[in-house]
Write a protein that binds this ligand. Structure first.
Ligand code: ASP
Length: 345
């Protein structure tokens, strides 16, 4: 304005023309800035609008001689789990909702060692463990050694959201779940004939080769990560044994800064190495990609004699699945339509 006043008197027609042009320019500039922000927003806010979901159904000595119809059942159920998670994420649902609902599906499916169909303790009971973690705020919840909660992963989420604690165990955890309105069942609900037959056979031979723990990790369209794991634990476990699955940092971990991880395998080794957190910490401290961090951790697990595997996803939606056993039931789906389901190496 000072420039205009000094150059042109208020009455000047040039001044009027200049003012009109200036106003137009400001309008055009504002318009262009808005368009730029709208177009650049997805880039500036990372991978908003992209999602990835990864699942596992346990790692172990999975044999290629498994009957074709059983293989088909695993493929179909892994596929359904991916579809359940993808439908939630596609609609803009949260990673934590996707993880919880996928794991509920697995817990209700007798094929897996989680919820109905879980393995038996030495005494012939079912004792279940589960955990969940929200990478957006590092909140976490877990239940251990529960015997009457139909869906332990739902109880883990209630611990996270409706209690001031991170982990509840045993009968008190059953009671907490009941108070929170979750469905309670008799312990016999979890028993399946197939699992009972193998319990009797394996108990007589002291065989401990059970696999079938389930897990899920997800990145949602808002860029939030979450992870969850649920299991009946190790076959023929005794004395109130708790594995890695309900332990935050060992069997489950999620942090938006790095990745979300769910583990499966010989829990005692995963606890000693804090496997899930170890992978995230390697990414954070060494500034290396998830793929390299997971390889380093699994190499270390192998070195100390542990077996099993992990699924993980990073903040850019890259899925990683690593295991040192002959197989791991696993799969992933991405928002670009990419999908994978596998069992063997
Ligand atoms: N990690 C589980 C546990 O040790 C078992 C498994 O994943 O197969 O309880």
């Amino acid at each position: 304005m000072l420039f205009q006043q000094t150059l042109w008197p208020k009455t000047s027609k040039y001044r009027k023309i200049f003012c009109v042009l200036l106003c137009k320019d400001i309008f055009v500039m504002r318009y262009l800035i808005c368009i730029h922000f709208i177009l650049l927003f997805p880039l500036l806010s990372g991978n908003a609008q992209n999602y990835t979901l990864v699942v596992h159904g346990g790692a172990g000595p999975i044999s290629k001689v498994m009957p074709a119809e059983i293989q088909q059942q695993y493929i179909e159920t892994l596929d359904s789990a991916l579809a359940i998670g993808a439908a939630i994420l596609e609609k803009g649902g949260t990673a934590i909702d996707a993880v919880e609902n996928v794991i509920v599906y697995f817990e209700n499916c007798p094929l897996y060692n989680a919820g109905k169909g879980a393995v038996f303790t030495w005494e012939g009971k079912n004792e279940l463990d589960a955990s969940i973690m929200d990478g957006s705020n590092l909140m976490a919840g877990a239940v251990a050694g529960v015997t009457r909660i139909k869906n332990p992963i739902r109880a883990a989420r209630k611990v996270m959201e409706a209690s001031p604690h991170v982990m509840l165990a045993g009968e008190s955890a059953n009671l907490f779940a009941g108070e929170q309105g979750l469905e309670l069942v008799e312990n016999t609900y979890f028993k399946t004939d197939k699992r009972w037959e193998s319990f009797e056979r394996q108990k007589s031979m002291f065989v401990k080769d059970k696999k079938g723990t389930v897990g899920c990790v997800a990145l949602d369209k808002s860029g939030n990560l979450a992870a969850g794991t649920s299991t009946g634990g190790m076959h023929l476990k005794r004395w109130g044994r708790i594995g890695d699955s309900p332990i935050i940092g060992a069997g489950t971990y999620a942090d938006n800064k790095t990745c979300a991880v769910s583990c499966t395998g010989h829990g005692e080794y995963f606890i000693r190495l804090c496997v899930a957190r170890d992978i995230a910490a390697r990414m954070e401290y060494k500034q290396i990609p998830l793929e390299d961090a997971a390889t380093e951790t699994i190499d270390k697990l192998t070195e100390i004699g542990g077996f099993g595997g992990i699924i993980a996803v990073d903040a850019d939606g890259n899925p990683v699945m690593r295991f040192n056993t002959t197989g791991m039931f696993r799969g992933y789906v991405k928002s670009n339509g990419e999908k994978f389901i596998g069992m063997f190496e």
